[in-house]
Write a protein that binds this ligand. Structure first.
Ligand code: DX5
Ligand code: ZN
Length: 218
């Protein structure tokens, strides 16, 4: 299982220590949430913060763009250090073009789908992308309650991916914790994003480790 802690729930006043903790942990990716106050009703952080985080880690920077017109900023996020760039299906009327742009820039291309968006809407681009980000909350805020229907979406998606032998990872984002991680693994998720569950825990590294080895749990 790939573990991608979301720094949205981290202590922004001490990002250096938070990055060090993640570097020492079993976390695989740094999940970086960018919000524009238009596509989602909240504003988080942007390019300068990601540039600094990039310098603080060798791990994969997994950038989740919750913004309109992501094509305008894809090159800037590449320059800031993104390895994976995920755009929202709902924000991209020219999704195929956005995907090609991300790949041409040398990043892995992800597409996120909101809770109301059927996985079938990705059918025509599934072979072109590296990652699907299944939102298990409505994007915009950390600390929300997990929406169980995400499990059905992950199952359907995993069947499609396996059926066609595609190399696409399924990442799930929102309300992920030790209580639902096992079910997410069984449904077919490859990567778990966790914000509050990691950063609000007394021992974040222990939670990361427990999530990482959720497949070995009986
Ligand atoms: C929500 C973000 C998430 C968020 C997850 O819009 O995309 O990555 O940080 O936070 P938790 O794990 O607290 O739900
Ligand atoms: Zn996210």
């Amino acid at each position: 299982m790939i573990i991608a802690p979301s720094l949205l729930a981290s202590n922004f006043l001490d990002l250096r220590a938070e990055c060090r903790m993640l570097n020492e942990s079993e976390a695989d990716w740094f999940h970086l949430d960018v919000m524009d106050g238009r596509f989602v009703p909240n504003i988080s952080y942007g390019l300068p913060v990601i540039e600094h985080i990039r310098k603080a880690t060798k791990k994969i920077c997994d950038v989740h763009l919750m913004i309109e017109e992501p094509g305008k900023y894809a090159a800037a996020f590449r320059k800031a250090g993104a390895d994976i760039l995920t755009v929202h299906y709902e924000a991209c009327p020219h999704l195929h073009r956005n995907i090609q742009q991300i790949k041409d820039l040398g990043m892995m291309a992800g597409v996120a789908i909101n809770p109301h968006t059927p996985v079938q809407f990705l059918q025509e681009v599934l072979a072109d992308i590296d990652l699907v980000l299944v939102m298990s909350v409505n994007p915009g805020f950390g600390g929300q309650k997990f929406i169980p229907n995400a499990l059905n979406k992950i199952k359907t998606l995993r069947e499609q991916i396996d059926e066609h032998g595609l190399n696409v990872k399924i990442e799930v984002d929102g309300g992920v914790d030790l209580g639902n991680a096992r079910a997410l693994y069984e449904a077919g998720a490859h990567a778990l994003v966790a914000g509050s569950a990691v950063f609000h825990a007394p021992d974040p590294k222990a939670i990361i480790s427990a999530l990482k080895h959720i497949d070995k749990e009986n």
